[in-house]
Design a protein around this ligand. Structure first.
Ligand code: GZL
Length: 328
């Protein structure tokens, strides 16, 4: 009897083992992979590096993709070269994070003529034929800028005069255009607001430090600085470094630093009071891009524009739990 029971038990265990093995999801075969040609702006900021990490964590062979990733080192020509290479390689999709808005018509027409869908991530392009783009996922940069200027209006409601220094991001990029446009509209709407200077910080700490130091070198003749409106966190770090080297205080009783991205380090600066406001700009766009591709793989038409939900942070709403929860 014992031998029979043992034999039945062995048969049950073997059956379970075999079916368990059959249920293991098959790794896609190499030639079944969806090939993605991806042209990224560069690695100019914490935001950009988080965006790249998000893409590389989604487009893996285990998830069914072969990712051909090209870093354009903030040069649009490098993006054109990469896209033409992707066309020659006959990739299944081209994903572009365009550095600036203009100049894309020709290369995107070549992609369309080759029958390769183009998905835009983050910033937009300015093309005559909207059909050159299959879908866009990213942020509403004007809305981000409006969040910042609404905060400024509330904080300085009783100020007789508000002196603003403006550090712009990469000129001609959608993020710079949107954030600048919101500030320009607020300057028109508030006659006590004075734009004392506008400089190009190119979204980097180094460039911002350089231009801000140059501006501050004439400190004796400068008007009071109430707000420095920095179009990303890395620019805010450069501005703070320059201001403090000239003896300015950044924070509650000094210069208010307004910034964009809300990356981890900026939230720490904000918790310490050195940044007065950082408006979130979500770089974790990999899953959204994948949902567009999955939709198209199912033969469906994706939404043309997907904007991510975003918030804003001031010192009083930054807790240790919030910092611990951040993914970038
Ligand atoms: C915004 C993105 C900007 C970030 C900067 O979506 O294009 O570029 O705000 C980054 O940090 O360099």
């Amino acid at each position: 009897m014992k031998r029979k029971a043992a034999a039945v038990l062995m048969l049950i265990l073997y059956t379970v083992f075999v079916f368990a093995g059959c249920n293991k999801p098959e790794e896609p075969k190499k030639d079944d992979l969806i090939v993605i040609g991806m042209s990224q702006v560069g690695a100019e900021s914490d935001w950009r590096q988080a965006d790249t990490a998000s893409m590389k964590s989604v487009f893996t062979e285990a998830n069914g993709y072969r990712l051909l990733f090209e870093d354009a080192r903030q040069d649009q020509e490098n993006q054109f070269v990469a896209i033409r290479r992707f066309i020659q390689q006959r990739v299944d999709y081209i994903v572009v994070m365009p550095i600036t808005e203009d100049g894309w018509d020709a290369v995107l027409k070549e992609a369309k003529d080759a029958g390769i869908p183009v998905i835009l991530v983050d910033r937009m392009v300015n093309v005559k034929d909207d059909n050159l783009i299959t879908a866009h996922v990213g942020s509403d940069f004007y809305a981000e800028g409006k969040k910042a200027t609404d905060w400024m209006k509330k904080k300085y409601a009783s100020a007789e005069e508000l002196n603003i220094v403006h550090i712009q991001g990469t000129k001609g990029s959608t993020a710079q255009i949107g954030r600048t446009s919101a500030l320009d509209d607020a300057l028109k709407a508030n006659n006590t607001w004075k734009l004392q200077a506008r400089m190009d910080g190119d979204f980097t700490e180094a460039k911002t430090y350089e231009v801000m130091k140059e501006y501050l070198s004439n400190r004796e003749t400068l008007p009071k600085i109430d707000v420095v409106y920095c179009e990303n966190d890395n620019s805010a770090y450069g501005a703070i470094k320059a201001l403090e080297s000239f003896g300015y205080t950044c924070g509650k009783n000094g210069v208010s630093i307004v910034s964009f991205d809300a990356t981890y380090n900026a939230l720490v600066y904000c918790q310490k009071g050195k940044i007065a406001l950082t408006v979130e700009c979500n770089p974790l766009l990999g899953p959204l891009v994948e949902s567009v591709i999955r939709t198209m793989e199912e033969g469906k038409v994706p939404e043309k524009n997907r904007y991510v939900e975003e918030s804003a942070f001031e010192p009083e709403n930054i807790t240790e739990d919030l910092l611990a929860s951040r993914k970038y």
